[in-house]
Design a binder for this molecule. Structure first.
Ligand code: SF4
Length: 212
């Protein structure tokens, strides 16, 4: 058990809850606005053409690291971007954080990661990697469950509105492929609509009957 004076000696390792900007075990560093992905609605604007792509200078970064340690008392510094693996000084940045007795962590989209790179970053002093899957997790495919309208509402343009809205929503969500619900081979009307929508038959199923 630690006595009061031990705790007092190690008070720089203690944090008040809730964490605040200047009393927080984690410091956040954004070292670049370059990225090799363009995730829609990127938090750094990397998906936009009007945001300049710049690497922060090593001098500015080390100044920010020193300030984070001084003001925030952090034990971890999370290196983020953009994509921090694109920063030409990343190895030096990691080594600098480590030399200050703070744990460097890397936040990456993981596209450039490979075994050799991970080993060399570890040798620089990297303590952890957080791999974000913003782009890879984006849903690009959908299943359309409703294609037709009730008979009493047909031939009034309602079905056209349904298809137009479905297309509009798919485009808005960047869906690039959709699988339509089952359409029976003898459902001429539905097959005609599918043809008009330029949908291609993907799979066909056959029901067999066996009399014993
Ligand atoms: S990987 Fe991250 S920084 Fe790059 S575009 Fe996606 S959200 Fe933005």
């Amino acid at each position: 058990m630690k006595c009061g004076s031990c705790i007092a000696k190690n008070r720089r390792e203690l944090y008040r809850l809730p964490f605040s900007k200047n009393d927080n075990p984690n410091g956040w560093l954004e070292i670049t606005t370059h990225c090799n992905l363009k995730c829609p609605k990127c938090y750094r604007g990397c998906d936009r053409d009007d945001i300049p792509q710049v690497h922060e200078s090593f001098e500015d970064i080390t100044f920010n690291i020193d300030e984070l340690i001084r003001i925030r008392n952090c034990q971890i510094i999370s290196i983020s971007g953009g994509e921090p693996l694109l920063h030409p000084q990343l190895h030096r940045i990691i080594a600098y954080i480590k030399s200050k007795g703070v744990k460097p962590w890397l936040h990456t989209n993981g596209v450039l990661l490979n075994k050799e790179l991970v080993i060399s970053l570890k040798n620089d002093g990297l303590e952890g990697i957080i791999k974000w899957l913003y782009y890879k997790n984006m849903i690009r495919q959908a299943r359309i469950l409703i294609l037709g309208v009730l008979e009493e509402y047909r031939n009034q343009g309602i079905d056209l509105c349904l298809y137009a809205e479905t297309f509009k929503n798919a485009l808005r969500r960047k869906i690039t492929r959709a699988e339509a619900a089952y359409v029976m081979e003898n459902n001429e009307k539905m097959r005609h609509i599918m043809k008009k929508l330029d949908a291609k038959p993907a799979k066909s199923y056959r029901l067999y009957e066996l009399y014993i």
